[in-house]
Design a protein around this ligand. Structure first.
Ligand SMILES: [Mg+2]
Length: 110
């Protein structure tokens, strides 16, 4: 099984952008771009594909999710966090909200 940090270590080997280690912009913009690619593919599924999630599209979306993960790993690194810690913090936050019946609603710190 691949852990988050093993993934991040491998991703880091392929992070060859300018000023790596002191550049939050590149992975932040990349994350937006790859997220946009996912939205675009789903938009086209609605527009051109009768809203049907084909196996080809599923596969394509899975690859784009991987691209999103790569940028999350890179941005995590740029802000000084391990990917594992990001995942752990998010799990803890949401499980805490669930326990307090605060999943619904808005606000980052509810
Ligand atoms: Mg992509």
């Amino acid at each position: 099984m691949l852990t988050f940090n093993e993934y991040a270590d491998n991703a880091h080997k392929t992070a060859l952008y300018p000023d790596r280690g002191d550049n939050i912009y590149y992975p932040a913009f990349g994350l937006c771009g790859e997220s946009g690619e996912i939205a675009e593919k789903i938009k086209k599924m609605i527009r051109d594909g009768d809203g049907i999630l084909t196996d080809e599209l599923r596969s394509s979306l899975a690859k784009e999710l991987g691209d999103v993960l790569w940028y999350i790993a890179a941005l995590s690194h740029e802000i000084g966090f391990e990917l594992e810690d990001i995942a752990k913090m998010n799990n803890e936050k949401l499980l805490d909200r669930l326990a307090r019946n605060k999943i619904k609603g808005s606000g980052d710190d509810r």
